[in-house]
Design a protein around this ligand. Structure first.
Ligand SMILES: Nc1ncnc2c1ncn2[C@@H]1O[C@H](COP(=O)(O)OP(=O)(O)O)[C@@H](O)[C@H]1O
Ligand SMILES: [Mg+2]
Length: 171
């Protein structure tokens, strides 16, 4: 499901509630910068939009983030901004190119739902996110990507989440 080149399974997280998924996403959002792209996959109801909402919070975006299914792409201004794309109805990488989002992607953190539909049009250095629905409330979030920067971002994410769970322990 993930792109072949450059993609390593880097880290996985368990979530047992929407709140926990958003907490992971929000914490990740604080570690991202303009030009970063997250290629999200997972069946309907897996939690991609839930994750996007947390991510936007971490980017200090106040607006309510809703599924961009009908508009395909939605931009939320900020520094960086947040670009939320739903590729569910896109049939090919070409259709993604036709949206003309390159400039916005440079200035924003981008999250693309159903990224598998348009993977060949996405930057090589995307962070892959596959969300698996295990039960009603349980999800596994699997991150993949090139090992360099993303490994260190995910190490920081894991450390920050451990700190949130156990604030009194030494960092
Ligand atoms: N651990 C969890 N993480 C994320 N969503 C969860 C979790 N447990 C239950 N849910 C529910 O699953 C649904 C996920 O919906 P949504 O984020 O719109 O999925 P997607 O965008 O992948 O189709 C929501 O109704 C949410 O409340
Ligand atoms: Mg969605």
């Amino acid at each position: 499901m993930q792109r072949e080149r450059n993609a390593y399974q880097l880290m996985e997280f368990q979530s047992s509630s929407p709140k926990q998924t958003q907490e992971i996403a929000q914490t990740l959002g604080r570690l991202l910068r303009a030009g970063d792209c997250i290629a999200a996959e997972g069946q309907l109801g897996a939690g991609k939009t839930c994750f996007a909402q947390g991510l936007a919070k971490g980017l200090a975006i106040d607006a309510v983030v809703s599924s961009p299914s009908f508009v395909l792409a939605k931009t939320y201004p900020g520094t960086p901004g947040f670009l939320h794309v739903d590729a569910y109805r896109l049939g090919s990488p070409m259709e993604f190119w036709d949206l003309g989002l390159t400039e916005q992607m440079d200035e924003s953190v981008t999250l693309i739902e159903w990224a598998g539909n348009v993977m060949d049009a996405l930057p090589d250095d995307c962070l892959g996110l596959a969300i698996e629905r295990v039960s009603d409330q349980e999800r596994v979030l699997r991150f993949s990507g090139s090992a360099g920067r993303w490994q260190s971002v995910l190490d920081s994410l894991r450390a920050a989440l451990a700190q949130l769970a156990c604030p009194e322990s030494d960092s």
